[in-house]
Design a protein around this ligand. Structure first.
Ligand code: NAD
Length: 316
């Protein structure tokens, strides 16, 4: 059994808890949160959590060092406010524990470097939870790009729209010194996926504050763009979507269904895997620890590159 601890039991901590508890061969033995744990799941921008957390038989801590000292953990999920990712990841790695850390990896490239060095010194896995790499419709796109089934990509546009975040009790998310603002908190999802598909870009240009449009340039004429918004009216809710134009087809995801428009033949909706990216990333990471997965899907160096790309969007 893989012994799992969850650090930070807010919105995403609840999502990690529920998904680890669903993994055969993993046992969530402890959670740690600086604030009182009520057992009620906190809600965020995506409806990904059940109402009530199952904490039966799970030890509860308020201090990370104490949890590490008592629980003999194999792995932790770190779902703390972003400004705490670096220090707590390093603390856990140095204690000999594998780390699955929420995105963004950290607030600066230098902090990411320190985390990578700690993982390497400890000989432990450090994975940043870029859930979009595991989101079924995006997984389908990655395969279509790699297989070349529809030719090369001519253009791609990714979008992630919602209202200004208000779900964190202490408003850490609204403080760019703690969250990195829209670039590191929201936009990074699509920038990371663009990097996953196409590699490191030559230049990045952005306009907008609160509603950011970014051109990710590979210097080869492809039009690759991404938009992130915290400026939508609350009544809009949350939507992630994309349009990818290949030589012989367009793939369109409207937030609920993926549709393929081939240049010849009728449009169709391909079958994608069930579940969401949170389920996918945790099943994958547990497989990595168990040795049943060996391919590294999110090298920490790529998570660092995504932080660099996101920071470029706010460089004046
Ligand atoms: N992958 C995604 O789709 C996604 C979605 C939302 C948030 N996130 C990321 O997840 C992380 C957490 O975001 P959230 O929305 O869950 O935040 P949150 O505010 O809901 O939860 C953070 C939790 O950490 C606890 N905490 C704060 N300081 C602590 C400390 N020193 N020790 C122990 N516990 C402490 C808080 O009490 C709170 O329960 C952020 O990095 C965010 O960017 C990812």
């Amino acid at each position: 059994m893989i012994r799992v601890g969850i650090i930070g039991l807010g919105f995403m901590g609840g999502v990690h808890l529920r998904n680890w508890q669903a993994v055969d061969g993993a046992d969530v033995v402890a959670v740690c949160d600086a604030n009182p744990i009520t057992g009620a799941a906190k809600q965020g921008n995506i409806d990904a959590s059940s109402d009530q957390l199952d904490l039966e038989g799970v030890a509860i801590y308020t201090d990370v060092a104490e949890m590490l000292a008592h629980e003999n953990l194999d792995v932790v999920s770190i779902a703390l406010p972003t400004h705490l990712h670096k220090a707590v990841s390093i603390q856990c790695l140095q204690a000999g524990v594998h780390v699955l850390c929420e995105k963004p990896m950290a607030l600066s490239v230098a902090d990411c470097d320190a985390m990578i060095a700690a993982a390497s010194a400890a000989g432990k896995h450090l994975m940043v939870a870029h859930c979009i790499r595991f989101w079924p419709e995006y997984v389908w796109v990655k395969k279509a790009v790699e297989s070349g089934e529809y030719g090369s990509v001519i253009a791609a546009d990714f979008s992630r729209l919602t209202d200004a975040p208000a779900w964190a009790d202490d408003s850490w998310l609204a403080d760019p010194a703690k969250s990195g603002g829209i670039a590191l908190d929201l936009h990074i999802h699509d920038l990371d996926f663009i990097q996953y598909l196409f590699g490191t870009p030559t230049t990045i240009r952005s306009v907008g504050i609160g509603h950011v449009q970014t051109q990710v340039d590979y210097g080869d004429g492809r039009a690759i763009t991404a938009t992130a918004s915290w400026a939508m009216p609350r009544s809009f809710g949350f939507q992630m979507s994309f349009k990818i134009i290949f030589e012989t087809a367009a793939l369109v995801f409207d937030g609920s269904a993926l549709k393929v428009y081939p240049s010849e033949g009728e449009p169709f909706t391909p079958e994608v895997a069930a579940g969401d990216g949170y389920k996918g990333e945790i099943e994958y990471f547990s497989g990595l620890l168990a040795g049943t997965n060996t391919k590294i899907i999110i090298p920490p160096e790529q998570a660092r590159e995504s932080v660099r790309m996101a920071l470029e969007t706010i460089t004046p």
